[in-house]
Design a protein around this ligand. Structure first.
Ligand SMILES: *Cc1c(COP(=O)(O)O)cnc(C)c1O
Length: 722
């Protein structure tokens, strides 16, 4: 059995501060402000420059800062409190899982994902899918659900975004130094790195793993960058979503097959395997092969595997599904049909729409759907859309009996709620809102919160967003060598007292980032209304090969440079989780206008709602569900753009929806925000904030979501239950 030896001995700290190491190597600091603050307090500049990386802070902090920390009794006491708190957390104690009937069933879930968004210094995510996976782990940890996770550790991660002078996105790839991240190389008992072998088209590739400890949940990140591999194989885990289809299949073999073997080598015996999106679906084949090896015939092996496999599909967009050619499958899985005791055609049929379709390509989503006993979409609407989309796999059934259900996404609240709003919740709801967010009665106590208190907490967040945006824009301008006067001008951009619309997410085309810019003159009138001014902040990255998405960024940037929009419409470069937090905490209105039904769920609007922002969104994904579920007797929870109709003519639909968006802003959103009472408070707006929080937060969180996965999918797979 391996042990995870600390390779952090080279961090030298005074005796009083040694526990900072333990705190740094457990990512729980990412959702525990007391722990996180200890690193910031050591050296605030270094904390910012390191992209919030506690290992860098501990390695590079200078003697003077350390001496100051040691001589400060408050600081030492805070270290001890945080260390004790982490020890208690890790000891388990009373959790939802330990208290529930569930624990009697035993079992261990293994969660596989190609990306994880846990915190900004670990750049192994691209967007909502990764952040959702990260939140899944954090909630499983908080709830005490027994879970291990597997992903890939990308040497160059996902890119950093820089814009050319004309607004065209450039992708910068800087190498991650794994030793400088809160990760530990997984080692054997004798101290050598633990490695497993994966066969890639006849070539044995060695894979090592790094442990990211996410609270109580271990996340193993696979890495092919080891000496004995050929240079080509080193690069398999180079970039997230970087290469061509050949690079993609190699990564996916490492993730699915390599991940399966790693867990085995570590002595984990999962009772259920959860594939988060199709990238890890090759693990299905390894699972089948093991069952056949243990003596089952192919059909029995399949029946057994079904009970152990869970699959979550995340998008109705074509480009989100991986397809490989039969020839690729032959090359990478040539030995599998023989090992499974089936023909090549039967083997390929596992991943084909029509199992007899001899020329058909092989789809990872189909492989997962055909073999997982439980499959789900990520919102009620997306479940329905997915049943229609994959109906051809079950042609004999009516569409509503296609075996794809839904579990609606959520967010990990402690990771996204601002300090200001969290303190208000602590005061009025009690600190238990973090652990038991799914109790609606708790959130009804918001009614008693004085309006002025809620408003001032929110306004503090807006002020922080404005300060952050000014600093980010001027820093990037200086880097471009912009004239001094221009840099000074953006230092005055935005106004901390003005209604602020936020839009930040991947610039995928279906998300239609430029809908609001469709009629620039009308937008100009809205932004420049002298009594009721408005400002807009955008952020987001386009996929490196999505030129359409890059055009959208360019359009936003070019408009933002026109004199009439300068300082009123701002694009923040380098979108990541840190930028996302500023935006979902500090804007007033969260704009979301995807083309229905292409947004499977969306989660950024849930983060916004948890901070008291009001959503302004087309009725797609989670918002269609939340809108439907609101209490008609209370203040509305935000605004719906349109009524969920889907037209064949997308251009016409866009025109209608842009028009509706402008009307809502002109007649509802802006007047509501500026309708102030004698104390200067926007009474109706604040009523909506309260409605929105208490309607949305108890349900749209990952504690509720992980409980659903556990009760509906993980536990029924445990051996006792069978
Ligand atoms: C939450 C989040 C997303 C998801 O945004 P959607 O509106 O759901 O597309 C994307 N990126 C980051 C960094 C996030 O934190």
């Amino acid at each position: 059995m391996q042990q995870n030896q600390n390779n952090n001995n080279d961090i030298s700290l005074p005796a009083e501060l040694t526990r900072l190491r333990d705190l740094a190597y457990n990512l729980r600091w990412a959702w525990n402000n007391h722990a996180l603050d200890l690193f910031r307090r050591l050296d605030a500049d270094l904390w910012e420059r390191s992209s919030h990386n506690p290992i860098t802070v501990l390695r590079q902090v200078d003697r003077a800062c350390l001496s100051e920390a040691i001589s400060n009794p408050d600081y030492i006491a805070a270290v001890n409190v945080a260390a004790r708190d982490l020890d208690e957390y890790m000891a388990g104690g009373s959790t939802w899982y330990s208290r529930s009937e569930a624990r009697k069933e035993g079992g261990l879930a293994a969660y596989f994902s190609a990306e994880f968004g846990l915190t900004e210094c670990l750049r192994i995510y691209s967007g909502g899918l990764g952040v959702l996976a990260g939140d899944h782990l954090k909630s499983a940890s908080d709830l005490g659900v027994p879970l291990v996770a597997v992903g890939l550790l990308y040497r160059y991660g996902y890119f950093d975004q820089q814009l050319l002078a004309d607004g065209w996105q450039q992708e910068l790839y800087g190498p991650n130094r794994f030793e400088n991240l809160p990760l530990q190389l997984v080692r054997n008992a004798d101290g050598t790195p633990l490695k497993i072998l994966v066969d890639l088209a006849g070539q044995q590739v060695a894979v090592q793993a790094w442990l990211a400890q996410v609270g109580r949940v271990p996340l193993y990140l696979l890495d092919t960058n080891v000496d004995e591999n050929s240079p080509e194989d080193h690069d398999i885990t180079d970039r997230l979503y970087g290469g061509d289809s050949e690079a993609r299949i190699r990564q996916e073999v490492v993730l699915g097959i390599g991940g399966y073997r790693l867990l085995e080598a570590l002595g984990h015996r999962p009772t259920v395997y959860h594939m988060n999106e199709g990238h890890s679906a090759f693990l299905v084949l390894e699972k089948l092969r093991r069952h056949v090896e243990s003596g089952l015939d192919f059909e029995a092996a399949r029946a057994r595997a079904r009970e152990e496999l869970v699959f979550t599909t995340h998008t109705p967009v074509e480009a989100g599904h991986d397809w490989f050619s039969p020839e690729q499958l032959d090359r990478y899985f040539g030995g599998y049909p023989g090992a499974l005791g089936i023909s090549r055609e039967e083997f390929l049929g596992l991943g084909r729409q029509n199992p007899q379709g001899a020329e058909e390509w092989y789809c990872m989503t189909i492989l997962a759907l055909r073999n997982a006993g439980n499959s789900n979409g990520v919102s009620e609407l997306h479940g329905e859309v997915s049943r229609g989309m994959w109906h051809s796999l079950w042609p004999e059934r009516p569409v509503n009996e296609v075996p794809i259900t839904h579990i609606t996404n959520g967010i990990h609240l402690s990771s996204f709620v601002s300090g200001e709003i969290a303190e208000m919740y602590d005061r009025h709801l009690g600190p238990e809102w973090r652990e038991e967010p799914a109790d609606p009665a708790r959130w009804r106590r918001l009614e008693a919160v004085p309006l002025a208190e809620l408003w001032s907490a929110h306004e503090a967040c807006r002020a922080k967003l404005v300060a952050f945006a000014r600093a980010r824009v001027s820093e990037r301008l200086e880097r471009h060598g912009a004239p001094w006067r221009e840099v000074r001008e953006v230092e005055e951009a935005l106004d901390p007292d003005v209604l602020t619309i936020g839009f930040a997410r991947r610039f995928a085309q279906y998300k239609r980032a430029t809908l609001l810019l469709r009629d620039p003159d009308r937008l100009e009138r809205i932004l420049h209304n002298p009594d009721r001014p408005v400002q807009v902040v955008f952020a987001g990255k386009a996929h490196p090969r999505d030129n359409g998405g890059k055009e959208l960024i360019k359009r936003v940037v070019q408009l933002s440079r026109e004199p009439r929009f300068r300082g009123k419409l701002v694009f923040l470069e380098g979108y990541d989780m840190a930028v996302a937090r500023y935006l979902v905490q500090g804007a007033d209105v969260w704009l979301n206008n995807p083309l229905r039904p292409l947004e499977a769920s969306g989660t950024s609007g849930m983060k916004a709602a948890a901070n008291g922002l009001l959503n302004l969104s087309t009725l797609d994904g989670w918002w269609a569900e939340a809108w439907e579920g609101q209490d008609p007797d209370r203040a509305r929870i935000g605004w719906a753009i349109g009524s969920g109709e889907v037209l064949d003519d997308h251009a016409y639909q866009e025109e209608l929806e842009a028009n509706r968006l402008y009307e809502l802003l002109e007649h509802d959103v802006v007047p509501c925000f500026y309708d102030r009472d004698a104390n200067g408070l926007p009474g109706e707006w604040l009523a909506r904030m309260k409605s929105s929080i208490s309607c949305i937060v108890p349900y749209y969180n990952t504690h509720r979501m992980v409980r659903e996965y556990t009760e509906r999918f993980y536990l029924p797979a445990a051996p006792v239950a069978r």
